[in-house]
Design a protein around this ligand. Structure first.
Ligand code: SME
Length: 178
């Protein structure tokens, strides 16, 4: 008898690198797996950690993926994968602080042309930062870096904004972030 298990509670080893012929298909898979990982887990730290892990596992050509969280009027380093990174970023500073201040995604084709870019890893050449907003309030940002100039485009923006929408929907952020 077939058993319908739905998308929640995906097994960790169900997540595999697969070659898709389009970014749309790739991101549909990524966002489905993210939903499966986090939709039944109540712990915010576990969920952001697995969100960083699934990005690191599945995205090609990246050297950093993770979160900065808004606390005491600045961004503080959260769960991530990649080289150790700067721990405090002021609102309005760097790509992350700009995304936090404007509440708009920053899609940076070449970080060396972005005034005030904060170089946590000298391998980074392009970057995308998506703000995490819940009920009009800043929770933090998702930050992904790549060694490839022009790595991220409008499709990445659209789907990574959906990735963040899944996080906003399912993650129970503690009071200090909301
Ligand atoms: N490059 C970011 C800093 C964070 S690291 O990339 C992990 C920025 O300019 O805000």
């Amino acid at each position: 008898m077939a058993v319908w298990v739905g998308i929640c509670g995906v097994a960790m080893n169900d997540i595999k690198k697969i070659n898709f012929d389009s970014k749309d298909k790739f991101y549909n898979y990524l966002n489905l797996k993210l939903t499966g990982l986090i939709c039944e887990e109540p712990d915010w730290l576990a969920n952001l950690s697995n969100a960083a892990g699934v990005l690191w596992l599945l995205l090609e050509d990246i050297n950093w993926a993770g979160f900065y969280l808004y606390k005491n009027e600045e961004l503080i380093l959260g769960p991530f994968q990649g080289r150790p990174a700067c721990t405090h970023i002021k609102i309005g500073k760097g790509v992350c602080g700009t995304a936090a201040e404007t509440k708009e995604t920053q899609l940076i084709k070449n970080v060396h042309e972005f005034p005030g870019h904060i170089a946590c890893d000298s391998a980074s050449n392009s970057e995308i930062v998506v703000p995490i907003i819940k009920d009009d309030r800043l929770i933090g940002v998702l930050d992904i870096d790549s060694p490839v100039i022009g790595r991220f485009d409008e499709k990445d923006r659209k789907h990574l904004e959906r990735f963040v929408a899944v996080i906003v929907r399912y993650v129970n952020f503690p009071e200090c972030f909301v």
